[in-house]
Design a protein around this ligand. Structure first.
Ligand code: ARG
Length: 240
């Protein structure tokens, strides 16, 4: 009879991770959010995707990224209801979210940007009061636009938000600067009129109390920092 109590050929330590689908790191991500997570030629790619691939590799499991609304991610509900083990969604670490999930060490810094359509007459944040400003719902951009008195129009995802700007549904959008850049590349008529120095830090997140997984995620991030992977990914995807 087999008397082994070990992991039976699994990667070391995987057992104690208690993944929702054994052998797989199931990851929630709100897609599209280029350059962090988006579909190109039928394939899901981006900064977060590369990051998650490497973490899964370090854990000795396969990654599986599932598209989830950003609202379900940032309220903690996707993690709490065991839809995924890890959230990787260009998500800003803040106090409110820290109360409903546990964040990794930060892996990217970001600011907000104010992006406008031609002829909007908006040249800075001071001009957005009372104007129709598009945001992706439940994001830090929404919070900022709200606080600055804009007539906020919520979009379910960030590509619909840019579309809203292109069709004239809104005159401006507030979004992270790292996504505003690529949006301008694709829509050269749009203009970034102000960078808002929020100093946001993006983090990965696990369900509150899942320290076994969080520790391994942080180890993997630290290893990527050490061996230059993080820097390479920033250069490749964020041009920074
Ligand atoms: N960093 C912003 C936030 O945390 C926006 C993130 C949106 N991410 C996404 N995958 N749609 O609120």
């Amino acid at each position: 009879a087999c008397t082994s109590t070990g992991g039976g050929g699994e990667a070391a330590g995987e057992g104690e991770l208690d993944l929702i689908s054994p052998g797989t790191l199931t990851v929630c991500s709100d897609i599209p959010y280029a350059p962090f997570e988006y579909v190109e030629n039928g394939e899901t790619v981006g900064f977060d995707i590369d990051l998650v691939d490497r973490i899964a590799e370090d854990l000795g499991v396969e990654p599986n990224v599932i598209t989830t609304s950003f609202e379900a991610i940032e309220t903690g509900s996707a993690l709490d209801t065991d839809q995924c083990d890890l959230a990787a969604s260009g998500m800003t670490i803040n106090e409110e979210r820290e109360s409903v999930m546990d964040f990794s060490q930060p892996y990217v810094e970001d600011n907000l940007g104010l992006l406008v359509a031609p002829g909007s007459g908006i040249s800075g944040v001071a001009d957005i009061e009372g104007r129709r400003v598009g945001v992706q719902q439940a994001t830090t951009g929404e919070e900022f636009a709200q606080q600055n008195g804009a007539d906020v129009v919520q979009y379910e995802d960030s590509s619909l938000m840019i579309q809203g700007l292109n069709t004239g549904d809104v005159q401006a959008v507030v979004a992270n600067i790292s996504v505003a850049g690529p949006a301008i590349d694709d829509n050269p008529e749009l203009e970034l009129v102000e960078e808002i120095e929020t100093g946001e830090e993006l983090g990965l997140a696990v369900k509150t109390g899942n320290t076994a997984l969080l520790d391994r995620v942080n180890e993997s991030l630290a290893a990527m920092e050490e061996d230059g992977t993080l820097e390479e990914l920033k250069a490749e995807w964020l041009g920074s």
